[in-house]
Design a protein around this ligand. Structure first.
Ligand SMILES: [Zn+2]
Length: 229
């Protein structure tokens, strides 16, 4: 190798090393920025006092809190909608939290309801959950995952879960100034379903889907009564 070509060779190696270091620094910087942008209370066990503060900012119906990092903080739009999902499983609130804790699943919901009718909070209402295969919808919607007490078939949910779902919808509407729920069967209403945004899912299943007109009627009835007061 001549002196000239060795110099050229050395230069290429140094250039390669410098690019590599530059790229590593850039990746570290981007990662650090993303982590720093996460709210303090996500991805960890909360103290009793922190849990109380979080519930105060969300629904008082909540009994379990685990705030996942899977979300956008804060949401980009005002809350105008509710989107109902099913778990396609009969998970406890803790198990649902554990599944949302997995970053590579890239999934979450604002709320979950188990088959006993208990409510869990996973993404605060001020933030956007990753639930409905639609960024646009989830930026406007509070999303709720409901446990199934039948796996397969019509994906039935328990009466306790159903009653709590109605109570939670009323509470969400009341605190977010949603005057009434409208189910149009497509994404134009303010009560939407996961399957409206993805051809790859039947979520929330036939049973819950058949209940939409009744959910709208019962939620709006309660909202109208409160308004009359
Ligand atoms: Zn879903």
């Amino acid at each position: 190798m001549s002196t000239q070509s060795r110099k050229g060779h050395d230069f290429t190696i140094w250039l390669f090393l410098a690019s590599f270091c530059g790229l590593a620094i850039l990746i570290f910087f981007l990662w650090y920025q993303a982590e720093a942008a996460l709210p303090d209370m996500v991805g960890r066990v909360l103290t009793a006092e922190e849990k109380r503060q979080v519930i105060d900012r969300n629904s008082a119906l909540v009994s379990y809190v685990y705030l996942t990092v899977n979300g956008d903080f804060p949401r980009k739009e005002k809350i105008k909608k509710i989107t109902i999902h099913h778990m396609a499983a009969d998970l406890t609130l803790e198990d649902l939290g554990a599944s949302f804790a997995k970053r590579d699943r890239r999934a979450s919901a604002n709320y979950g309801i188990d088959s006993q009718g208990q409510v869990g909070l996973y993404v605060e209402e001020a933030n956007r959950a990753w639930t409905s295969s639609s960024e646009e919808n989830d930026n406007q919607a509070i999303t709720i995952e409901v446990a199934n007490d039948e796996i397969g078939g019509v994906w039935h949910i328990s009466d306790a879960a159903y009653e709590k779902l109605i109570a939670l919808c009323v509470d969400i509407c009341r605190r977010n100034d949603i005057e009434k729920l409208v189910f149009t069967g497509d994404c134009n209403g303010n009560l939407t379903l996961h399957k409206m945004f993805s051809g790859r899912t039947e979520c929330p299943g036939p049973y819950l889907e058949s209940k939409m007109p009744e959910i709208v009627r019962r939620v709006n009835q309660q909202l109208a009564v409160e308004k009359a007061w």
